[in-house]
Each structure stands twice: as C-alpha cells, then as structure tokens.
Design a protein around this ligand. Structure first.
Ligand SMILES: [Zn+2]
Ligand SMILES: [Zn+2]
Length: 295
C-alpha cells in the first residue's frame, strides 16, 4: 500500500449544495496504516470511493466536535460493522467524543441488538475503543507517532492540529483555526501541511447566501485563516507541500482554483495543492500518485 493522502471532503462548514463538495474528512495511508482524519458528512462514501474496504477500518482521529468534522463518525463505524468489520477500531478525539459514541449506540440500540441476534455479529460497542486526548503525544505505537497541538478556534477550546509521523514521513493537519503562529513550529519540516483556508472575496457572498449575516461573518473572521495566512505558516515551517483544505467558500462559481493560488502565492512559493473531493496526494516522494494534481 503506497503512502498517500486522499482528500475525501474538502469544503469548510456543514452546508451541502447541489453538486458541491462534502464537508471535512481525509484518509491518510502511512506505514501500512489507514487513518481517517475527521468524519464530516460523506466520509463513508468517500472512503469506499477511495478504495478502502470498510472492514479494514483501523484508526480514526477527530480534530474537534463541530458537526462538519464529526457528524458521520457513528454512521461510518456502523456501516463498516454491517459490512463485516470484526477487528478493533481506535477512535481518538477531544473530550466529548466518548459521549457522542455512547449516545450514538444508544440511538441505534434497536438495530444493534437485532443484528447481534439475527446476524451473529460481534458487539460493535466492544469493537470500538474511544481515547479522548489533549495536547501532546496521542499515539506512539509500531513506528507511528501522532501528536496534537491545541489551536485557536473560538468558541471551541478543544480543537487540535495533528501531526502524523512514520518512517521519516510526516503529515500535519491544521484542523480549524485562525492564524496561529505556533502551528509553524508544530509543522516544522513536514512533508505535507494540510491547512484550512478561506478567501476574503467569497466571504461576503457566502454570508449573504446563508442568511445569518453578521454573526456568521464574525465567527469566520475570528476562527478561521485566510489562504495568505496558511501560506505564511507553511513558509515559516518549511514544509515540502502545502494543501489548502476546508475551503470557505468551496462552491462559489465565481471562485476557482486560480483565485486560491493567487492568494496563497503572496506568502508561499513551494509545492501547492488546492483540495478537491477525491484528490490523491502522493507521500512517497518523486512520482506523482495516480489522480494527483498539483499547482
Ligand atoms: Zn470546520
Ligand atoms: Zn470548526
């Protein structure tokens, strides 16, 4: 299995629009492990389309409990279970993740109990272990290291950037955050930095379309980063590739890839990928992976 990153859902925020992209989720395959990062709506569809057997579900990380990052966590695991999942799944998330999971299983109790009896499946509640983490090292096993950095995403306080390292390769996810300089140290020398981004031009039109105007705009400005700011972090960190993800706006017909590139080029001159659902970014160096597109 080649090391790769697949951007499954590339838009920021929970809204869905006709033909538009899905909320946040990614698949990172590194050192033989398949790691799901965030479980926004569409994650199950995205994983299947990326060629992952749901029975092979292994590790899941949740950066924070906003719905565009966690809404489909339960449905993903449940769908994997009905597809024959019989091996343990480790879920790592901020405080509150265990509550989400227990309540999900409670909401699905009828279906779970009936399948245990009717289909003889292992108990889904025993297959899943939830680990709630804070800042620092989250995982250190079999050559895989995962560490977390609390970022700046008010009013959510438990929101964590994640750094995955294996065999000399490293990938960092910024999670949702306003411009946060400590991310540059945290991302130092990473092969890939996946950073959230928004474009100033699109915010006004997005806010008008969504209908709760001023409050939404205030939230976006206080809690998210402009593309130029993501580029600044990437430059200060000296990463090998910057991936702009969690795009706001993601589905404005007046904004295209060229606009994102123009904004980020003010602060970042290195390798660049603008996320799109299903896009594959190779991690082995050299040859581009199939389906990969870069700019
Ligand atoms: Zn988000
Ligand atoms: Zn968020």
């Amino acid at each position: 299995m080649p090391d790769r990153l697949v951007l499954l859902g590339s838009k920021g925020g929970p809204a869905l629009r006709p033909g538009g992209p899905w909320p946040s989720s990614s698949l990172l395959q590194i050192g033989g492990r398949s790691i799901v990062v965030d479980c926004g709506l569409g994650v199950t569809r995205g994983l299947v389309d990326a060629g992952l057997s749901l029975k092979a579900l292994d590790l899941i990380f949740i950066t924070h409990l906003h719905s565009d990052h966690v809404l489909e966590l339960g449905p993903l695991i449940h769908t994997a279970w009905t597809a024959g999942l019989a091996t343990p799944v480790g879920v790592f998330g901020p405080p509150g993740t265990d509550h989400y999971w227990r309540c999900f299983c409670q909401a699905m109790e009828f279906d779970i109990e009936i399948r245990l009896v009717d289909e003889g499946r292992p108990d889904i509640r025993e297959l899943v272990s939830i680990v709630e983490f804070g800042e620092g090292e989250v995982v250190g096993q079999g050559g895989l290291t995962v560490s977390a950095l609390r970022v700046d995403h008010p009013p959510v306080t438990d929101c964590f950037a994640l750094r995955f390292e294996h065999g000399g390769k490293s990938v960092v996810f910024s999670a949702d955050t306003a411009f946060y300089p400590p991310l540059a140290d945290f991302s130092q020398g990473a092969d890939i930095l996946v950073h959230e981004a928004m474009l100033e031009d699109g915010i006004e039109r997005l806010v008008a379309k969504t209908g709760n105007g001023a409050r939404l705009k205030d939230h976006l400005l206080a809690s998210h980063s402009f593309a130029e700011e993501a580029g600044r972090i990437a430059s200060d960190a000296g990463v090998k590739r910057l991936v702009l993800n969690h795009l706001i706006p993601a589905d404005d017909p007046e904004i295209g890839e060229a606009d994102w590139i123009a904004a980020v080029r003010k602060t970042w001159a290195g390798d660049l990928t603008i996320a799109r659902d299903g896009l594959v970014v190779g991690l082995s160096g050299g040859k581009a992976a199939q389906g990969e597109e870069t700019a």
